[in-house]
Design a protein around this ligand. Structure first.
Ligand code: GRE
Ligand code: ZN
Length: 320
């Protein structure tokens, strides 16, 4: 079975060297993970072969460029995209790309998205969380949404730690390690990504750009569980939106595993949004490719639906 994985990460030295507000952890203490993030050649391909993964659509690890000043973000994005683009050209059957976007400068981010789609055949762009405390519903960023819609490529909304003030207000009071985990992979960055999607919907971004598609990982970042609630909680006379909130979640959002290899979460996602919006991903190297592949193989779905999840939906969305 052909497999296309959509939340697969790499890193560049310039990204790690740049001063940023908060790194999730010091990657230097995890030499093997660091080596895996930097490998865009034989080692990564061998790991993919071992787990029976055919194609990785690669994106920068988080936090990305969202906390940098515009000049740094533009330079680091270009360098990262050129490195990834060169890897895609070396291994076109094994790698594809989501562009790193210098979102602090939205026109430059839109131009970088277009450049990488045209030069390297990138399949979309990635934004990792808030941009110095603002989310994509802020119309300041809408040039990025407009260009993604025009290019017919999706934006992957990846988590990153919530704004510093939010961490201090509601995630602190524990050891630094527990606070950091609570604010990130233990809880915070998932609900923060769910919030990002809700803000886009409630801010009218999909009414303005109805062709825009976003992708979220982690079996929907809690959104499927909450989905019926949204139509009760946000009546259309209050939202003034063209559609109920659930409709945007079923028509403008796609979903991947992202290491959440859990059947109950998958079934909820399947029942709420349908099989056509669910796509395979592993979150390598932060999670195991082999575990994701065996989860895919044992999903309680028909062979046809398994093929949709493994590659068919991605081929349609990314026009592969
Ligand atoms: C992830 O994508 O899951 C991730 C990062 C950076 C640090 C930890 C982590 O992108 O789990
Ligand atoms: Zn990830």
């Amino acid at each position: 079975m052909h497999t296309i994985a959509l939340e697969e990460h790499y890193a560049t030295q310039a990204l790690l060297d740049a001063p940023t507000v908060s790194r999730q952890f010091d990657i230097g203490s995890f030499p093997q993970m660091k080596a895996n993030l930097f490998d865009l050649d034989a080692g990564r391909i061998a790991a993919m072969d071992a787990a029976a993964i055919d194609l990785q659509v690669l994106s920068l690890m988080a936090p990305g460029l969202e906390q940098f000043d515009a000049a740094d973000a533009i330079a680091i994005a270009r360098d990262a995209n050129d490195q990834l683009g060169a890897a895609v050209l070396r291994h076109p059957a094994r790698f594809a790309g989501f562009a790193a976007l210098p979102s602090p400068e939205p026109e430059a981010a839109a131009d970088e998205l277009e450049r990488t789609v045209q030069v390297y055949g990138f399949k979309g762009g990635q934004i990792s969380g808030h941009i110095r405390g603002r989310y994509l519903d802020d119309q300041f960023f809408w040039p990025i949404l407009e260009r993604a819609e025009a290019l017919q490529v999706p934006l992957y909304l990846h988590p990153s730690p919530p704004p510093r003030a939010v961490i201090e207000a509601i995630y602190s009071g524990f050891t630094p390690q527990i606070t950091a985990l609570l604010a990130s992979g233990g809880f915070g960055w998932h609900v923060d990504t769910a919030l990002h999607v809700l803000r886009l919907i409630l801010g009218g971004a999909f009414d303005r750009y109805p062709g825009l598609q976003v992708i979220v990982g982690h079996q929907g970042e809690t959104l499927p569980f909450m989905l019926p609630r949204f139509d009760i909680a946000f009546p259309s006379q209050a939202t003034r939106l063209a559609r109920p909130v659930s409709a945007y979640l079923r028509e403008n959002v796609h979903y991947t595993f992202g290491g959440f290899n859990w059947t109950p979460a998958f079934l909820d996602l399947l029942l709420q949004v349908g099989v056509d919006r669910i796509m395979f991903s592993t979150d390598y190297p932060f999670a195991s490719m082999a575990a994701a592949r065996s989860f895919l193989d044992q999903l309680p779905v028909s062979p046809v639906d398994r093929e949709r999840i493994a590659h068919g939906n991605a081929e349609r969305l990314l026009r592969l």
